[in-house]
Design a protein around this ligand. Structure first.
Ligand code: HQG
Length: 179
């Protein structure tokens, strides 16, 4: 079983294009595991796929991207579908980080951190994780430091993604330091 490929396919289905799999996410992004499996079984590559494989994939993954509960599965972050996945607002830690490409810095200074193609801005709990995120776009990424708790108390909403990832609505640049 190619678990990396499976994880990518699930992220695509659950974050970006559920309709291509005849799936409909509920308000919190969940779909029935049985429905997901029956859709994937139509594809030759995933004919033998079982619920157990989904558990193993989540277990083996480098990041906690998906979760299964009560025979339902969802992506924990990253969504780009038009229907907004609802999350409960949560008080964040004092500081969160965002790793990005140097070429975006000027625009972020001007407009703050925007969700762009996704539903939420993505932030990291530590600098190592943030730099890994930034490396996807720049060999020497910029590391932004976000005064998350201060922004929260001044009414910017934050939400939990997983143990390393926080989500937020647009973050004005006055809460961001650019080192
Ligand atoms: C940038 C991956 C110009 C922002 C990662 C980022 C993460 C602006 C890009 C998760 C801007 C959006 C999300 C502004 C923000 N002007 N650029 N005003 N505001 N940007 O991929 O945070 O492996 O949507 O800095 O690890 O990079 O897929 O967000 O560079 O956790 O599970 O616009 O995706 O996780 O890029 O990454 P993205 P992200 P997975």
């Amino acid at each position: 079983m190619d678990y990396l490929k499976l994880s990518k396919e699930l992220s695509y289905a659950l974050r970006h294009a559920p309709w291509e799999y005849e799936l409909e996410l509920d308000d919190e992004g969940w779909v029935d595991v049985r429905q997901l499996l029956s859709s994937l079984h139509e594809c030759r590559e995933w004919q033998e796929l079982s619920e157990q494989d989904l558990h193993v994939m989540i277990e083996k993954s480098d990041k906690k991207r998906h979760e299964i509960s009560d025979s339902k599965i969802r992506a924990l972050y990253g969504h780009s579908i038009p229907q907004k996945v609802l999350k409960d607002p949560n008080a964040p830690p004092e500081i969160l980080y965002h790793g990005t490409a140097r070429r975006f810095i000027q625009a972020i200074k001007e407009n703050g951190l925007l969700p762009r193609n996704r539903q939420y801005v993505h932030l990291s709990v530590d600098t190592k994780t943030a730099l890994q995120v930034g490396k996807r776009r720049d060999d020497e990424p910029a590391l932004l430091r976000v005064q998350a708790l201060k922004a929260w108390t001044e009414s910017v909403k934050f939400y939990i993604g997983n143990d390393k990832v926080w989500l937020a609505d647009t973050i004005p640049s006055k809460y961001i330091s650019f080192e």
